[in-house]
Ligand binder design. Structure first.
Ligand code: NAD
Ligand code: MG
Length: 385
């Protein structure tokens, strides 16, 4: 029996993870499930899988969670500290699927506790990659990438030496506006931006896919997970999302991982690793797909790609600043407060105005994150004034 915890259990990745463990209940014992505001969803999931603890991030919802768990035997907890404690509650496999830098402290706590951490929460790695990789190395935690591209790369590497890798080719769907001009992008609404052509995901990552900031964040994520040098990590647009990424070795042999665009496939790969498990996912039907297309990314129409590569090259605090400004801008876009093209503009503005020393501790990252958020707020005020 594997003892598992899921951080962000009510989200898109969280519910996909629960779907897999429900199909093989005897193989998993659930320690902790967490969510931010969805008390009903969290309590139902915790009851259903017999979790020991359920943690709601919003402290004000403690009473509601306690009521919802009445008679279930599931312990209720609330608040950020409780999320961090839940990460040390004895799971040997944890899914980090909180969205945004909010996942950083629980993810770090899980890494420090050792065991296996399946990482979907890319923003934490973007903001604090060096510290997270160091924490994993020190505790001996296995950090398994769940992001489909990084999971694909991990599978294509299959334990090979990074010294033998010539290039990593990170594939990108190009999002819903792949063929749009800048002019056409100007009036894009939140509803249009969250409607991804291939993947069904949470709102924030869907907007990131539409601006292609998602691929920028993934570039930074890849540079931490697979340190072969930024210039050897390339982005390739592949609209069908069938090839999830590729690794080219120095003998020019290239390995690709393919599959239906269903997050349960990379999640299952991390759940069963180093073995394999059954999933209910559609097998690949290449005859039906007919063709696979590829094109170069366009950083002119998608400036987020340029900004992320630049921040990655700068290193230090720059990726945390990029991420924080993007989180604020995406949230404002989703509320209808700013336009689609403003997102990258705000990120660029904050990156130009604010630089900070490379963070040495998690507290430093959180401070950079808070200051970059405040600055993004100021930039936005000026924009909407
Ligand atoms: P989502 O919005 O569907 O779910 C987010 C989860 O995090 C929810 O359970 C929510 O309650 C919780 N949460 C939100 N804010 C929180 C806070 N402040 N404190 C504690 N918990 C909080 O998001 P998602 O699409 O499942 O994405 C989760 C992460 O996985 C993101 O980092 C995303 O980039 C990454 N990811 C997602 C997909 C996908 O297919 N959805 C694919 C690859 C990577
Ligand atoms: Mg991805």
């Amino acid at each position: 029996m594997r003892k598992i915890s899921i951080f962000g259990a009510t989200g898109s990745v969280g519910t996909s993870t629960l779907d897999l463990i429900r199909r093989d209940r005897d193989a998993f014992e659930v320690v902790a499930l967490t969510a931010f505001g969805d008390v009903g969803g969290l309590a139902a999931a915790a009851r259903d899988c017999g979790a020991s603890i359920a943690v709601i991030g919003d402290e004000g919802l403690y009473g509601a969670l306690k009521d919802a768990l009445q008679g279930s035997g599931v312990q209720a907890a609330a608040g950020e500290e409780a999320l961090v404690e839940a990460a040390q509650a004895g799971a040997d496999w944890s899914m980090a699927a909180i969205v945004g830098c909010a996942g950083l402290r629980p993810t770090m706590a899980a890494l420090k506790a050792g065991g296996t951490v399946a990482l979907a929460n890319k923003e934490s790695l973007v903001s604090a990659g060096a510290l997270m990789m160091e924490a994993a190395a020190q505790s001996g935690a296995a950090l398994l990438p769940v992001d489909s591209e990084h999971n694909a790369i991990f599978q294509c590497l299959a334990g090979s030496l990074l010294d033998d890798v010539a290039r990593i080719i990170l594939t990108a769907s190009g999002g819903p506006f792949r063929t749009c001009s800048r002019e056409e992008m100007r009036g894009i609404t939140p509803a249009q931006a969250v409607a991804h052509p291939n993947w069904s995901m949470g709102a924030k990552i869907s907007v990131d896919s539409a601006t292609m900031m998602n691929k920028g964040l993934e570039l930074i994520e890849a540079a931490h997970l697979f340190p072969i040098g930024l210039d050897r990590i390339e982005i390739l647009v592949h609209p069908q999302s069938i090839i999830h990424s590729m690794v080219e070795y120095r003998d020019r042999s290239t390995l690709a991982q393919l599959g239906s665009p269903d997050m349960r496939i990379p999640i299952a790969s991390a759940l069963a690793w180093p073995e394999r498990m059954e999933t209910p996912c559609q097998p690949l039907d290449l005859a039906r797909a007919g063709r696979l297309d590829f094109e170069a990314p366009d950083p002119e129409r998608f400036p987020a790609l340029r900004l992320a590569r630049h921040a990655a090259g700068q290193g230090g605090a720059a990726p945390a600043i990029l991420n924080a400004a993007n989180e604020v801008a995406v949230a404002a876009f989703l509320k209808g407060a700013i336009g689609f093209l403003d997102i990258a503009m705000i990120v660029e503005d904050v990156l130009n105005r604010y630089s900070a020393a490379a963070p040495c501790r998690i507290e430093d990252v959180l401070e950079v994150d808070a200051r970059a958020r405040a600055m993004a707020g100021q930039v936005m005020e000026r924009l909407t004034a």
